[in-house]
Ligand binder design. Structure first.
Ligand code: ATP
Ligand code: MG
Ligand code: MG
Ligand code: MG
Length: 474
């Protein structure tokens, strides 16, 4: 069996052998790019090369990039635990051409890697192109021999953009048929269906435009190629399993969680979802903190806090009342040390930040959950099935429940939350606060983290204290 680590190495070697410079993953915190919440694709660190604003010593590159999709244009937070293929944190394998090769070569490389190097069965592969991209469709058909009926055309899904502005272009994607066992029951289930059967594994973007703030598409100086393949997804295919969570990249984290809670994965659907969420969110939290994000009440720090609080609630559902996430986060960093040694070296710091966050929230989590249960019981039988804004606000304000956490908890009972009602309460509180401003209390928390930084990894990493300006990116 090829391990995830081996697949990552094989990918990079394949492109190194074809004159690509191997570039290490950049931080999850985008460098100098206020348009982006977290690094969401391999191309982020090359954005200026695509735009023609930066020249490098190479025109071909390949990387394995840490990505987080938990906010902004690409947001998979709600998918985690529910699909077999989405994470908040994942690794994206990519090859890039900055005005060098274009569609013909990119398609040939991708097909060669999958069908020769990885030895995948062509009968299980499908591709898609942008609606009017006859050029790409013809390359797939004539050059690679893909039958026409296996080439799909989509509009929205085949135009990739990094964000609301920046490099973008038509793209061509490759899908792997996981088999009817993992499909949905729809008679129309085919490539493009949202279920896990026809799993998108690789996106080849033909970068041609820079989208401006007013929406206009300005052609790039030179057409370029940007590709992204989820390491966890190709590993699922290569290991013959049906879910990313069953690959060696994630299954060992789940095994660690099984040990902690004394429950077995695969026996109870709700427990399984919780274990998957904890495994995924532990990876996201570990790498976000290792890359310098700290929990806070705004911006990137709040996304991190929301991810951690969701994970804490799932740990509680598994019967884990004491803090465990600091352990799972360290487990993650240690078990991925081969690929990410620098982050692994920061594990003590990460553990302290996570434990501090756990200790702050665990106290109120139980109380908040009880209030929510009472509210659901009180509303039972009432028609609307909506949790009132005041309750949502109380949970937020007094018990530290982010909005999405409350929504997620009540969803399985068929409830939604009154968001406008919540917003109204927020507004009222803000007005009151303006009248009686005495400081937010966040200063004390910031001081705790600053102390941790001072005691912690100062010698190996010094990026934490420059983060004050991050709050404004949302
Ligand atoms: P999907 O349609 O499955 O949500 P996507 O079209 O949003 O994927 P792209 O933006 O095209 O994904 O990213 C390139 C590749 O990165 C995808 O083909 C997939 O292999 C991988 N990928 C994207 N999102 C995730 C995720 N949340 N978790 C794991 N892998 C992902
Ligand atoms: Mg997506
Ligand atoms: Mg897609
Ligand atoms: Mg895609």
């Amino acid at each position: 069996m090829l391990t995830g680590n081996a697949i990552r190495a094989r990918f990079l070697k394949f492109f190194a052998d074809r004159d690509h410079t191997i570039v290490t993953s950049s931080s999850l915190v985008p460098h100098n790019d206020p348009t982006l919440l977290f690094t969401n694709a391999g191309m982020n660190q090359f954005k200026d090369c695509f735009l023609g604003d930066e020249k490098r010593a190479y025109v071909r590159a390949a990387s394995s990039q840490k990505c987080v999709r938990a906010g902004g244009k690409h947001n998979d937070l709600e998918n985690v635990g529910r699909t077999a293929r989405h994470h908040t944190f994942f690794e994206m394998l990519g090859n890039f051409s900055f005005g060098d090769y274009f569609k013909k070569e990119a398609i040939a490389y991708a097909w060669d890697f999958l069908t020769r190097d990885m030895g995948l069965d062509k009968e299980r592969l499908y591709v898609s192109v942008y609606t009017d991209d006859d050029e790409a469709a013809d390359i797939w058909h004539h050059q690679e021999g893909v039958p026409r009926e296996r080439i799909f055309r989509f509009e929205e899904d085949n135009f990739w953009a990094m964000g609301d502005t920046g490099p973008c272009g038509p793209c061509s994607e490759i899908f792997y048929d996981n088999g009817p066992e993992v499909g949905c029951d729809s008679p129309d289930c085919t490539v493009g269906c949202d279920c896990d059967r026809y799993m998108e594994i690789w996106n080849n973007v033909f970068m041609q435009f820079d989208r401006k703030a007013d929406g206009t598409l300005v052609p790039l100086p030179k057409p370029a190629v940007d590709t992204g393949m989820g390491l966890e997804r190709i590993t699922t295919v290569m290991q013959g399993v049906q879910s990313n969570y069953d690959t060696d990249l994630l299954r060992n984290i789940i095994a660690f969680i099984e040990q902690l809670c004394g429950k077995s994965y695969g026996e109870d659907n709700e427990n399984d979802v919780s274990m998957r969420v904890i495994a995924d969110h532990s990876r996201a939290a570990a790498y976000l903190i290792a890359d310098g994000v700290l929990p806070s009440n705004e911006g990137r720090g709040y996304v991190l806090r929301r991810i951690m609080r969701r994970a804490m609630r799932h740990a509680k559902m598994l019967g884990l009342d004491d803090p465990v996430l600091h352990k799972t986060a360290v487990f993650v960093l240690t078990s991925m040390a081969e690929a990410y040694p620098e982050e692994a070296a920061r594990k003590d710091f990460v553990a302290r930040v996570v434990l501090n966050e756990e200790e702050r929230f665990i106290q109120t989590l139980g109380n908040g959950l009880r209030i929510l249960q009472e509210e659901v019981a009180r509303l039972a039988g009432s028609p609307g099935k909506t949790i009132p804004g005041e309750t949502v606000f109380k949970l937020y304000d007094t018990y530290g429940f982010p909005l999405d956490l409350t929504a997620d908890i009540v969803e399985k009972d068929g409830y939604s939350i009154d968001e406008p009602g919540f917003e109204a309460c927020m507004k009222e509180q803000r007005n009151k606060a303006r009248e009686h401003w005495k400081g937010s209390g966040e200063e004390a928390v910031a001081a705790i983290y600053k102390r941790l930084v001072d005691q912690g990894v100062k010698t190996t990493f010094s990026g934490y204290l420059k983060l004050e300006d991050q709050g404004n990116v949302l």
